[in-house]
Structures are given as C-alpha cells and as structure tokens.
Design a binder for this molecule. Structure first.
Ligand SMILES: Nc1ncnc2c1ncn2[C@@H]1O[C@H](COP(=O)(O)OP(=O)(O)OP(=O)(O)O)[C@@H](O)[C@H]1O
Length: 215
C-alpha cells in the first residue's frame, strides 16, 4: 500500500516517541488515544506546524523539513480544535481562505454547495458572530473542503456537535474524501467513528504508537 506519510525515529521532546509509522495514501486513518497522549502533537508535525526534535517525516517520499512549509500547508490542510473564524460574514470567511491560498474566488452557487455539505443552513451575507460553536466548526470544515487539499488533517472535527450532527458531518467528510480521492487523517475520541469509518486506526498512548489496525 502506498504511504502518504512515513515517520522514522520521531521524537518530540518527551511528548512523542514513534519509531516507525506509515500512513496510507487515499485512505481514512483515525487516530485514537487518551487525552494528553500526543494525538494533536502528531498531526501538527504532519503539516509542519511543529517540527520533531529528532527523526524524519516523509510526505510522498520527500522529507518535509526540506519542503516549503507554505506549499506543504496548501497540500496538507489542518482543521484544529479551535479554528479561527473571522468576525465577518459567512461568505467572507469562505473567500478569505481562498485568497490566503491564492486560489480563484468561488461562485455563489459553489459556496452554497459547500455549506450544504456541512449541513449549514445559513445565508452567505450573515455575520458569524452569533453562530454557535458547532456551526462555526462546520463553517471551518466547509472552508477546508473549499481549499481542496490532498490531505485533510482533522483534530476532533465534531467535538462541538451533538451525536446526530456529528455522524452527518463525518459521513459528508467521508463522502468528500472518497469522491475526490483524498487522504483523511482524523483524531477522534469516538471509538464508534474510528471503527465505522477508519480504514486504518492508529492508537497513541503516552506518546507511543501502540497499535495499528485495518478495519
Ligand atoms: N508546546 C508544548 N509544550 C509543552 N508541552 C506540550 C506542548 N504541546 C503539548 N504539550 C503536552 O504534550 C502532551 C500531548 O498533548 P496533545 O495535545 O498532543 O495531546 P492529545 O492527545 O491531542 O490530547 P487531547 O485528546 O486532550 O486533545 C500533553 O501532556 C500536553 O500538555
């Protein structure tokens, strides 16, 4: 199986210690493990938000320490636990992301299509100030879809959502990545989500890689 990321002898201080890990390309990988085990630290290293203190990470066979981090972050987009939402309209939050990554603006119809994908029934001209935490999280997810990355790194993408919305959003994300042939790497607290959607499961415990399974 082709790997999108290969980790070799990785150490991040005393937080993470991973000798050998391969993450498959065009598959859904779920990262599970107790709170504080190092899951966020691991995915932050994959788009160079932080660099390992030792070891190397290859992205499609290339050492990421030798890549332009801005270029890498266009191809590998991370959605963190507290995404930045600007205090402007829904439309502007979507178009800012495109401008930042020097991509063409989208037609109104296209933007609405992405909002529908995350089940966000909002007017494009609406200001985001009064939106709920879960709505903002879905807006941030729509923004990731719009950026059309090769790899999506999602850190607990559904933590602010009720169970029903959570499943809907994960299903839409899975449909998106499968339809466009992308790699999804997702941290989740939910064993159910990991077992249902994960084609590869990585378990981290106290900064170590303890188990890998194909479901
Ligand atoms: N910049 C940092 N400096 C010092 N310690 C850090 C730093 N970043 C993270 N840590 C510590 O590293 C450990 C792993 O943190 P991390 O956020 O990766 O865990 P996690 O598995 O994602 O946790 P959660 O499920 O609660 O989000 C924690 O003990 C955390 O306090």
């Amino acid at each position: 199986m082709e790997s999108v990321f290969q980790l070799r002898n990785i150490r991040y201080g005393d937080i993470l210690n991973i000798q050998h890990m391969d993450i498959p390309k065009d598959k859904i990988t779920c990262i599970v493990g107790e709170s504080g085990s190092g899951k966020t630290t691991l995915i932050k290293m994959l788009n160079c938000l932080i660099s390992p203190t030792e070891g190397e990470i290859l992205f499609q066979e290339k050492n990421i320490s030798e890549m332009d981090p801005v270029d890498l972050r266009r191809r590998v987009v991370m959605l963190g636990q507290n995404p930045v939402i600007f205090p402007v309209t829904v439309r502007d939050n979507l178009s800012i992301a495109l401008r930042f990554s020097e991509k063409e603006p989208l037609e109104e119809q296209e933007m609405k299509k992405y909002l529908a994908m995350v089940h966000l029934d909002k007017n494009l001209d609406q200001p985001v100030e009064n939106m709920s935490g879960g709505e903002k999280q879905r807006l941030a997810l729509a923004r990731v879809f719009i950026l059309n990355p090769e790899v999506l790194l999602l850190d607990e993408p559904s933590s602010a959502l009720d169970e029903e919305t959570e499943i809907l959003i994960i299903e839409e994300t899975v449909r998106y990545v499968k339809h466009y042939g992308k790699t999804l790497i997702m941290v989740t607290h939910s064993k159910l989500i990991a077992e249902t959607y994960g084609e590869n499961i990585i378990k981290i415990s106290k900064g170590q890689f303890v188990r890998e399974g194909e479901m």
